[in-house]
Design a binder for this molecule. Structure first.
Ligand SMILES: [Zn+2]
Length: 190
């Protein structure tokens, strides 16, 4: 049987996913040939770490290994340099990479967004790795989402305490252009 025939065209996020979809809504997880694509949305409007006080610290404390994941948009090639001023979808990508590395798996990843075409706060995260299929992606995604949600929740609590967060409109005042960020590393390419 051809492998492709076994691939599901579209996998909805599992029901037992430990979730607070107010912060990170996993819309779909789609295994395709050579990659797994995860589509998420950040409905609270928490789409950029520069607008989330305490977010970077909180995340780094809970998932220190995220800082050492490879990031091609970082000046020194590490995500640590990017974390304080980047999109939260990009953070989720690196949280997934960190959790994959815990499984001993490495892959390349790309995060893309275009909110002219799609709802504000939607990100497409593609994972490219021979060893990374649906099962591996799910196993990494669940704790990655949880850690990002916790850091967002903490930061928003802090913001609302100062009366600076309006949950009806979201917080982002950054007019973000469509973007594409690369990260991770492909063991195939050394
Ligand atoms: Zn990156």
């Amino acid at each position: 049987m051809e492998i492709q025939a076994q691939l599901l065209p579209q996998t909805k996020a599992p029901n037992n996913f430990p979730r607070n979809p107010a912060y990170v809504d996993v819309l779909s997880i789609t295994p395709q040939k050579g990659k797994v694509e995860v589509v998420v949305r950040f409905p609270s409007g928490a789409v950029h770490t520069a607008e989330l006080p305490g977010f970077a610290e909180s995340l780094a404390e809970r998932l220190p290994s995220i800082l050492a994941t490879r990031c091609h948009s970082g000046s020194d090639g590490l995500f640590a340099a990017e974390l304080p001023h980047t999109e939260t979808g990009h953070v989720l990508e690196h949280a997934i990479l960190a959790h994959l590395e815990r499984q001993g798996l490495r892959c390349r990843a790309v995060t893309e967004w275009n909110w002219r075409r799609e709802p504000w706060g939607t990100f497409h995260i593609a994972l490219f790795g021979k060893e990374v299929g649906l099962a591996e992606a799910l196993k990494a995604l669940s704790p990655a989402v949880a850690v990002v949600e916790t850091a967002i929740a903490q930061s928003l609590t802090q913001l609302s305490a100062f009366g600076r967060f309006d949950t009806t409109t979201g917080i982002s005042r950054l007019q973000m252009q469509p973007g594409r960020l690369n990260g991770g590393e492909d063991p195939e390419q050394g």
